[in-house]
Design a protein around this ligand. Structure first.
Ligand code: ATP
Ligand code: MG
Length: 395
């Protein structure tokens, strides 16, 4: 067999028995797999849930990969709808809020010929993925994924992990590695750089040195990705009880200087004062760990508070200073209007809290977020129940 992407995958998978931690495997996901296999389809659990199970964590959602086409999947489940324009996926619904995503095996997207979009600015180096919709085989499906740990299949019937990419060994060594050449994979989709940071921080994993170097080398490519996706990935870094480690890694790799240059410069210029930022992020993580996730406005303001306060200094109306500051950020990391409005008000409100004049804000719709940021910022004065320090140490 001569597989495409032979630099990425082995021809024969490594198959390793896996004692299923039944209490961590979602019963509905198992049902979906079972029905597909009973209909003589191949069906595996795949992606983040397999990675999390192997790392002894409880997955937050379960994805299924199968050789059944979306219409075939739909015909097997009553509670199923097909979604997606770029790539059609089946969503099997269990109750109003629970979805098991079932995707047909697919191969790496065809890479568009240089400048096929006719805008005159592409060159031969342009690997940015624009199509994503060709069905494939299990090894091809593994090869298109980002990191080896995210490309493992779990066969629930045979109780085996099927590994085409060396992901099992990497999980064992707790290291993040791209599937194939890191430079190529980050150029194809620079958001993978932020994903590497997210997984390293959240799962407390190391980053393979070549991968780390490629993240640094290609950080500016992040500006080529769709901006809403960039903002969403930055928020994801903040939401998983690992914001402190995530932002630290982003700063260390120079990614922060690309995406939020004002914040990166503030950290560089204030090595002592920046402990305040790290403490605030640790307070966010302690809170998130308890299941109390702050709002996006709270997260984003807490992240950017220090340079925002700086631009309010000496400005009579705090809101004017805050608005100027966030207006500048909009150029690189545009927030939707509603979030932008809330963030600038929440930041400006911090000055009122500091001068004890917050009662005038009590009826404003941003008050709760503003108070949250104030409390998070005072974490040293009012420590959360769990000692912040321990959270910091364990990442
Ligand atoms: P999480 O626990 O955060 O959901 P996840 O690994 O499930 O982590 P998702 O964003 O839900 O991440 O994506 C599901 C899977 O799709 C990943 O495990 C990976 O195999 C693949 N994937 C996601 N984003 C990319 C990408 N940018 N490039 C290649 N593969 C990707
Ligand atoms: Mg997921």
């Amino acid at each position: 067999m001569n597989l495409p992407f032979s630099d990425r995958i082995s021809e024969q998978p490594r198959i390793v028995p896996f004692q299923l931690p039944q209490d961590r495997i979602d019963a509905d996901a198992a049902r979906v797999v079972k029905r597909l296999t009973q209909a003589r389809h191949k069906a595996y659990l795949v992606g983040g849930c397999v990675r999390d199970l192997l790392l002894d964590r409880t997955p937050k959602d379960f994805d299924v990969a199968t050789d059944a086409r979306p219409n075939e999947v739909r015909s097997l489940f009553r509670n199923c709808r097909i979604i997606g324009r770029r790539f059609r996926l089946a969503h099997v619904m269990f109750g109003p809020n629970k979805i098991i995503e079932v995707a047909t095996f697919r191969k790496d997207p065809t890479i568009e010929a240089p400048d096929a979009d006719g805008d005159g600015d592409a060159d031969e180096q342009d690997l940015l993925i624009r199509h994503d919709n060709v069905f494939g085989t299990p090894p091809e499906d593994a090869a298109r994924r980002d990191f080896t740990m995210n490309a493992l299949f779990l066969d629930l019937e045979r109780r085996e992990v099927v590994d085409y990419v060396g992901g099992l060994a990497d999980i064992e060594h707790r290291v993040i590695r791209t599937i194939g050449d890191a430079d190529v994979r980050f150029r194809e989709d620079p958001v993978r750089i932020l994903r590497a940071i997210k997984f390293a921080a959240r799962l407390d994993l190391g980053i393979e040195p070549d991968v780390y170097d490629a993240m640094v080398a290609h950080r500016e490519d992040l500006l080529r990705t769709a901006r809403p996706r960039l903002l969403e990935e930055m928020l994801r870094l903040m939401r998983h009880a690992a914001s402190r480690r995530s932002v630290w890694l982003a700063w260390e790799t120079g990614v922060l200087a690309t995406v939020l240059p004002h914040l990166a410069a503030w950290i560089d210029d204030h090595p002592d004062a920046s402990s305040r930022l790290w403490t605030r992020l640790a307070a966010i993580d302690a809170r998130t760990k308890k299941g109390d996730l702050p709002s996006d406005a709270t997260l984003f303001t807490a992240l950017t508070l220090d340079p925002a306060l700086e631009s309010m200094t000496g400005v009579k109306d705090a809101l004017v200073g805050a608005t100027d500051f966030y207006q500048e950020l909009q150029a690189l990391l545009p927030m939707p209007r509603k979030l932008f409005d809330r963030v600038r008000h929440v930041a400006a409100a911090q000055r009122r809290f500091r001068t004890g004049k917050e009662s005038t804000l009590a009826r404003r719709d941003f008050y709760e977020d503003a108070k949250d940021v104030y409390v998070l910022d005072g974490a040293r004065v009012r420590p959360p129940k769990e000692p912040v320090r321990r959270t910091v140490e364990s990442g």
